[in-house]
Design a protein around this ligand. Structure first.
Ligand code: GLV
Ligand code: MN
Ligand code: MN
Length: 411
C-alpha cells in the first residue's frame, strides 16, 4: 500500500477497529487494556512517519517532529483514539491517523516548516467510562480538575485508581500540559457526524465553531411496589415521572433550536411485576450558544420538578460535564479553507459542529480550526459509520495544504 495514502489510513482504521473490549462491535474506553494496545499500535505508526512517539502523563498518545530550533513553537494536529460503545471505526480515529499521514507526507516532500509538529491521539474524548468527557485534551490544555479524581466508572472504580492501574501517576498529570506560549495552534480533521456535507454534494467543509454542551445524570426517586396490588392513586412510579421529562427534553430543545438527548435510562429494581421505584437517566444538551443551552436546561429542570411534585417523587441532578460553545480562529480557519481550495473546491462550505471535539478543550490552550469530511448518510456513533476513500484522499491533500498555509501565515 502506498505510504501515507487514503488506502493506508483506512486500512489502519480497520486495524484499530479490531482493538475492542466488545465481541460484537467497537468499544475502547479510557485507561483500559484496549486503550493501551491502541496507543502502542499508533505509537509504532508515529515512529514510522518520523515522529518521536510517547504516551503522556494522562494516557494520550503523542508524537513530535522537531522544529527548526529548540525554541520553535509547535503546531498540534490530532483527534481522539477512544470510542463510544457500539462505535464506528472513523470517529476520532480517522483524524488522528490523517495527522500522522500528513506528517509523513510533509517529511517526504522535505517541507521546511517554521515550527515543530506534535500529533496527539487523545485518550478520552467521549467520556464513555467516567461520564466526564474530554479528559485527555483537558490534560493537554492544563485544565484538569482535582475533583475529577473521585469520578467513578460503572463498576465503581475511581478515576484515580484506574490511572494507577494503567501505570500512570495521578500526581504527574500536570506533565501532560503544553505551555501556551509554545503553541502555534491546533488543527483537527474529523468526520462530520451529520448529513450536511453529503446533502450539499461536498466532500469537505470548514468548521465555524462547536456547539456548547452540558451532560447530566438525572434521577427520579419514588417507591417500588406490587404491580398488581398497589392502586394507581397510591403509586409513586419513578418511570412515569422520568418519561414526562424524556418527552419534554425533545419538545423544549426542539422548540428552542437546541438539541437534547436522553441516551441512557435504567429503571430499578427492573422487574416486570414491580413498580419502578427509582430511575436513573442521562441528558446530553447542546446549542450554538451557551445562553440558549442554559435556558433550555432551566426549562427542562422546571418541568422535571413539576412532574416530580405531581407524582410525589424526588428529582435529583448531578452535572457531569459542561463545555462552552467555541468559535474557530479566523486565521487557522482560513488556512483550512485554503487547504480545501487547493483540492479544487473554489468556495468551501462552512458549517457548525454539533458534535463535541477535543478542539473545544484545546481552545483553552490555543487557537483552533477544523476540517470536516463527509460521512455516509451522516451516520456516526454507530457501526455503519462510513467514509469514501476518494474523500479521504482529498482530505489528506487539504489537511497537508492547510499545515503549509499555517506555515506561510506564521512567516
Ligand atoms: C462526541 O462525540 C460528542 O458526543 O459530541
Ligand atoms: Mn464521538
Ligand atoms: Mn469524535
Amino acid at each position: 500500500m502506498t505510504p501515507f495514502s487514503a488506502g493506508e489510513v483506512l486500512a489502519r482504521c480497520d486495524v484499530l477497529a479490531t482493538i475492542t473490549a466488545a465481541t460484537d462491535g467497537i468499544e475502547r474506553s479510557y485507561l483500559t487494556p484496549e486503550h493501551a494496545r491502541a496507543n502502542w499500535t499508533v505509537g509504532e505508526w508515529m515512529d514510522e512517519a518520523g515522529l518521536t512517539a510517547w504516551q503522556d502523563a494522562a494516557g494520550n498518545q503523542r508524537g513530535s517532529l522537531k522544529g527548526p530550533s529548540p525554541e520553535a513553537p509547535v503546531l498540534i494536529l490530532g483527534s481522539h483514539l477512544d470510542t463510544v460503545p457500539g462505535a464506528g471505526r472513523y470517529d476520532g480515529i480517522l483524524g488522528t491517523l490523517m495527522a500522522i499521514a500528513v506528517v509523513g507526507r510533509l517529511r517526504a516532500r522535505g517541507a521546511a516548516l517554521p515550527f515543530g509538529i506534535e500529533v496527539i491521539g487523545f485518550a478520552d474524548e467521549e467520556g464513555t467510562r467516567f461520564g466526564r468527557t474530554l479528559l485527555g485534551s483537558c490534560a493537554v490544555a492544563g485544565t484538569w480538575q482535582e475533583s475529577w479524581w473521585s469520578l467513578r466508572d460503572p463498576h465503581g472504580v475511581t478515576l484515580r485508581d484506574a490511572f494507577v492501574a494503567f501505570g500512570l501517576d495521578p500526581e504527574r498529570v500536570g506533565d501532560a500540559a503544553l505551555d501556551p506560549s509554545r503553541v502555534v495552534g491546533y488543527l483537527e480533521a474529523h468526520i462530520e457526524q451529520g448529513p450536511l456535507l453529503q446533502d450539499a454534494g461536498r466532500a469537505l467543509g470548514v468548521v465555524e465553531g462547536i456547539m456548547g454542551a452540558r451532560r447530566f445524570e438525572l434521577e427520579m426517586i419514588g417507591e417500588a411496589g406490587h404491580a398488581g396490588g398497589m392502586p394507581y392513586g397510591r403509586r409513586r412510579d419513578a418511570l412515569l415521572g422520568a418519561s414526562e421529562v424524556v418527552g419534554a427534553v425533545e419538545e423544549l430543545a426542539r422548540g428552542a433550536g437546541a438539541i437534547g438527548t436522553v441516551g441512557r435510562l435504567r429503571a430499578f429494581p427492573g422487574a416486570m411485576n414491580v413498580i419502578p421505584g427509582r430511575v436513573e437517566f442521562s441528558l446530553d444538551l447542546r446549542a450554538e450558544t451557551d445562553q440558549l443551552r442554559d435556558q433550555v436546561w432551566d426549562e427542562i429542570e422546571e418541568t422535571a420538578l413539576k412532574a416530580a411534585a405531581a407524582r410525589n417523587l424526588a428529582f435529583e441532578v448531578s452535572e457531569l460535564h459542561a463545555a462552552r460553545a467555541t468559535a474557530v480562529a479566523p486565521t487557522l480557519a482560513s488556512a483550512v479553507e485554503a487547504g480545501i481550495r487547493a483540492t479544487g473546491d473554489p468556495a468551501p462550505m462552512r458549517l457548525m459542529s454539533k458534535a463535541g471535539h477535543d478542539a473545544m478543550a484545546i481552545a483553552d490552550l490555543c487557537d483552533y480550526a477544523m476540517l470536516f469530511i463527509r460521512c455516509k448518510d451522516g451516520i456516526s456513533h454507530h457501526r455503519d459509520e462510513d467514509v469514501r476513500a476518494d474523500d479521504v484522499e482529498l482530505a489528506l491533500d487539504a489537511f497537508e495544504a492547510a499545515v503549509l498555509a499555517v506555515a506561510d501565515a506564521h512567516g
